[in-house]
Design a protein around this ligand. Sequence first.
Ligand code: MN3
Length: 216
Amino acid sequence: MAFQLPPLPYAKSALEPHLSARTLEFHHDHHHRTYVEKLNKLIEGTPFAKQALEEIVLATAKAQDKAKIDIFHNAAQAWNHTFLWNCMTPRGGGKPDGTLAKQIDDAFGDLDKFHEEFKKAATGQFGSGYAWLVDSSGTLKIRKTANADNPMVEGETPLLACDVWEHAYYLDYQDKRADFVDVFLDHLVSWSFVAEQLQLAGRQTGAPKTAKAARR
Ligand code: MN3
């Protein structure tokens, strides 16, 4: 069975006024769909066709040949975007609580300092890519990756992702990526999803087990 484009976990207009329905229409219905469709074509008739999305990402991450690199780009982008949709929620933002809040304070000092560092990573990533909050062997860290790359390849567990490619914000924020990142953290981030990923990270014993929705 081929991979399906998962529906957005909210209505396209649900993140307005912070992110427009038009941005989500292009980003989800066009960009994300293309990754899923290309992946299906590339893996048809190969052993990858029987694997879960995360398995394909991990198996092709360090590939040297072009066919596998293409599979990695599309598989990782399919995974990353499903994860990204879940990282946002209507009436998001605010403050995390419980264990997550404590771990953010422990790792970064406080939420404002986390915001500052996450924003630095997001604005410092040249061209396309992502800023991430990850669990790295029990410690929270901020990462930035280029293009389709995902910290799970390095054995870290993604907790939060922000797509910093222009298609993620250009219709609403034009070239003001820093403004988009502020809005992402202040009004869109789903701290309950991040907390859930942190809980899963604590339980995992092996390959990252996140973004259930990304699986078939
Ligand atoms: Mn994107």
